[in-house]
Structure formats: C-alpha cells, structure tokens
Design a binder for this molecule. Structure first.
Ligand code: XUL
Length: 513
C-alpha cells in the first residue's frame, strides 16, 4: 500500500492505494471549515479586510494532519502494510520557521499534538497562500531588477501569488521577523519536514512556482534571491528531483498505526501531482481542470516560455517540464450566469446546450465577472453580437453557451505558445461532470475529452509518486492501473470550421482589451 496526501486550500485529503491490485483502498478528508472551526478560516483562509490579502494558519494544516491520520486509523484498515508516503500542497504558499524547528520536529512527543509542539518554531504566524495578490509593487520591483531573464530562467514572469514576491513583501514589512527566520518552506516541504522529523528540501515541481529557481539547472538563482531579500539563499534548502526520498516517517506517527521508518518521497505542488494522478505525465495528453478557477496543464517535450507572460513552466515530477495556465473566471463565471437567470446545473449542463447551436449565432461573452489574470482584464463582462444578446434580452440558454464557448476558446488561445499537439484532453473539476459541457470543450478543441475514475487526482498523484519512487513500478504501469478514462467524448467534425472562425473573432476581441 502507498499513501498520498493533498494539503489543499480547503481540506487535507489522504488516499490509500494497493499498487499491485490497482485499487483505491480508502480515502478520507479533513475539511478546514467544518472539522477545524477553531481556526476561524472559512474555506481555509483567514478573513482579512484587504481583499488582496489571503493568508492561512500553518498550525491548522498540522492539526489537520493529526486528524486525517486519526480518520484513516478509524477506517479499520491495517496501516502496517504501507510501504511509502508522499503528497502535495497548494502551490506558492510559504511557511517561515525559526531555529527551533529542526529540534522540535526531530523529537516529537506522541502525547502532544503537532500544532502544540511546532507553534513556537514559527517565525511568522501566518502563511501567505496562492490566493494572495497583494504584491504588485514587489513584482514591479523584481521585473525592474532582473528584467527578461526572470521569466527566461524561472519559467514565469513576476507573479503576485508566487513565493519570491511574497518573501520580498515579508522582508520589507517585517524585517526583524524575516531575520529570525532560519528556513523558508513551501506548504509541501513544510508538511514533508514534519512527517520526517527533518528539514526537507523543496522538489523541482513546486520550487518552480517561486520565481526563484533556475529551471535549466534546478538551482536557486543567487542574483534573483539577493534582489528579493538579503541572505535569502541561506534560508533555502537545495531543490531536489521530485522522485527523491527525503526521509523516513517519524516515530510520532506510529500513534496512528503507521509503520515507523517507511520512506517519504519529496512532496510536490498540487498541479504537478495532479499531472501524475490524471495519467498525463507524457506530452500529448493535456489536463483541463474546471474548478473555481479553470486551469490548463500539460507535460512539455521541451522548455518553452509564454512570450505574452501569462503561462508558467513548472517541473514535471516524472522528469522534464510542464505548462500551467490559470484563468480566474472559471466556475465563478459559470455560476454567475446560472444565478443571474435562475437556472440549475442540470439545465446549464444539458438542456441549454441542446437548444442552442455551436457558434451561438455569433454571440460572445468574455466572462470577466471578477478581474482576470489570463488575459489581464478588469472585472466587467463584455458582450458581443446581436443587440438582443448585448442588451440581455436573448434566451438564458444563449448566455450559457456563450460563457462556455468563450472560456474554452480563451483556454485554446492562451495555450498556443506551448506548441504541442493535443492528442486528448483529460478533464477534472466540478463542471467536468456534465457531458454537455465536455462536448462543447471537445468541439472547440476538436479533440477527444476523457474523464477519469478519480476525483482526487492530486492525492492519487501523491500515492503514485510514492509507489514509483520505490523502484517497483513504472509510470506507465501505474497510470494504466489507476488513471484509466471512464468515458470519452468525441469532437464533432462538422463544427470544426464554425469554431475556427469563432476562435479568430475572439482573438481579435481579446487584443482590444
Ligand atoms: C497554480 C495555483 C493554484 C494552486 C491551488 O499556480 O496557484 O492552482 O496551486 O492549490
């Protein structure tokens, strides 16, 4: 058995697999809002008056770790047979620890909780997470200091949620606390450290979401780090390949029936982990996640950057690189249309798409209900087409089709820079449950769309990575067993031309923004 964990924004999940049988044996979760209300963090985020600031309490993640293992033990499955553990964390979030941290995690007392023992080892009480966008000044500063090389070598232009800008802000605002910080972790390496009882390195996959790693060498970039804050290099542990074994499970966790000393494989970011969990580790299969925000990611055969600055390059845990593009107005925009017209999801995902035609009679909606990051646009939806459509007088179904077609065309347009041929799209996230929505996606991309059996691709990726690094299983063998598609939606060739013309038109509209 191998165990995969996923410390995401709203929950911590644990998924146990039998790698020989190809089965998921158990899956348990701790929901931060419901199970840990004492942290007053609805959806895992501390409320803040400033809408640009998003921080979480790292002790909440540790209480969740104790609780998820207790839940796993309560399933009654004997955990003695677990041969390895890995996991992933929400990307970009950073945890700041002082010089007590190593000593505390190396000598954990089973009578106490993790949070009780680690709290005095934090040099900053809260962790900025990926939803934070309060670092525009720091990004402008980094761009000025480093220039084009920042994107060429780190895979991304300066990005607000990325860790480099966040560290710079911490240094500028709380210089003393920055100097009291011995080590800076990502969410992933912080939890791996607590699991192993030693300061664990950050893996190549998650380290590439920091704007600080030279992706050609898998080494921290000293010039960039020096520009971010003094002595930053000393606070970082060297980044390691994602399949590295970073330690053995601390004896503390035997209180939950877990075997001592089993190997812990480096933790990675949730997107690199999902790439593995979705069976998309080879170029040609791309993943589109239709969640709160929509994301596109795919393995890359060669290192390439997005000259428009929107896309990112991360490390692929199975070797090489992967792309990632994030669109903020995902389910959020779909929900806005659903609520505006008093629809339900059943109608949205089926009837509305049956009674409207591909191309939507040339009516378009750029659905930027909140400010968009890909492309940069302020928060205001833009309507194009007939007068009735633009004045809100068309039937509700035409707005449903418009939002979906424009979202998918925008994903297509903004992923062109990768230049890889798409053999198939694997979908995940809430909206992917609707066959009607998947049909629109297949038609716009003119590519088959596949759904896979698991809804927990990130946690599954953790378990598969632990299994692969044991040396007993290949990636292909694992994805054949665990990431098979359960149904395939074929593109309808007769609409290829309609969508090609629509794509050109949307490109023009995007240029005008
Ligand atoms: C990716 C990103 C998000 C988080 C969510 O760049 O910011 O997908 O990883 O957990």
């Amino acid at each position: 058995m191998y165990l995969g964990l996923d410390s995401s924004t709203q929950s911590l999940k644990a998924l146990l697999i039998d790698a020989d049988a190809g089965t998921i044996m158990s899956s348990v979760a701790v929901n931060f809002t419901e199970d840990l209300p004492q942290y007053n963090s609805p959806n895992g985020v501390l409320p803040n008056e400033d809408p640009l600031i998003a921080h979480s309490d790292p002790l909440m993640w540790l209480d969740a770790l104790d609780l998820v293992f207790r839940k796993l033990q309560e399933t009654g499955i004997s955990l003695e047979g677990i041969k390895g553990i890995s996991g992933c964390g929400q990307q970009h979030g950073s945890v700041y620890v002082n010089n007590l941290f190593e000593e505390k995690i190396a000598s954990l007392n089973k009578e106490l909780s993790l949070a009780q023992q680690v709290s005095s080892a934090l040099s900053r009480n809260t962790s900025p997470i990926w939803m934070d966008s309060s670092t525009s000044n720091e990004c402008a500063y980094l761009t000025k200091q480093i220039g084009d090389r920042l994107q060429k070598d780190t895979g991304s232009a300066a990005i607000e949620r990325f860790t480099g800008a966040q560290i710079r802000k911490f240094y500028c605002e709380q210089e003393q606390a920055y100097h009291n910080t011995k080590t800076i972790h990502l969410v992933s390496s912080f939890i791996a450290s607590v699991l192993t009882g030693r300061n664990c390195p950050i893996d190549f996959g998650d380290a590439s979401g920091m704007n600080m790693l030279n992706l050609h060498k898998n080494e921290w970039d000293s010039e960039i780090c020096e520009a971010i804050a003094p002595n930053l290099m000393e606070k970082l542990i060297p980044s390691v390949p994602s399949d590295s074994i970073v330690g053995k499970l601390s004896p503390y966790f035997s209180k939950y029936g877990l075997p001592e000393n089993i190997p812990v494989t480096a933790w990675t970011g949730d997107n690199p982990s999902s790439l593995i969990g979705m069976g998309a580790q080879n170029a040609g299969t791309v993943v589109i996640s239709l969640g709160t925000s929509d994301t596109f990611f795919a393995a890359m055969d060669e290192y390439k950057i997005d000259k428009n600055g929107y896309g990112h390059v991360f490390g692929n845990p199975s070797g090489g690189y992967m792309s990632l593009i994030c669109f903020k107005n995902g389910s959020l925009a779909r929900e806005k249309i659903k609520n505006q017209y008093g629809l339900d999801w059943g109608y949205f995902g089926r009837e509305a798409l049956e009674i409207t035609q591909p191309g939507n009679e040339d009516n378009l909606l750029l659905p930027y209900f909140i400010s968009e990051i890909t492309p940069l646009a302020n928060g205001k939806p833009r309507y194009y087409g007939s007068d009735d459509f633009c004045n809100g007088n068309s039937p509700p179904a035409s707005y449903v089709r418009a939002v979906l077609e424009t979202q998918f065309q925008s994903i297509k347009i903004h992923s062109q820079w990768i230049g890889e041929k798409i053999d198939k799209i694997r979908v995940t996230g809430g909206a992917s449950q609707s066959d009607g929505i998947c049909q629109v996606l297949a038609d716009v991309f003119q590519s088959p769309v596949e759904k896979i059996n698991t809804t927990d691709a990130a946690a599954l990726g953790g378990a598969l990575r632990a299994a692969q690094s044991s040396g007993n299983y290949s990636w292909d063998e694992l994805s054949c067993k665990f990431s098979q598609s359960k149904n395939v939606i074929q593109p309808r060739k007769q609409f290829a031309e309609t969508y090609r013309v629509q794509n050109e038109w949307i490109k023009e509209k995007l240029m005008e923004l």
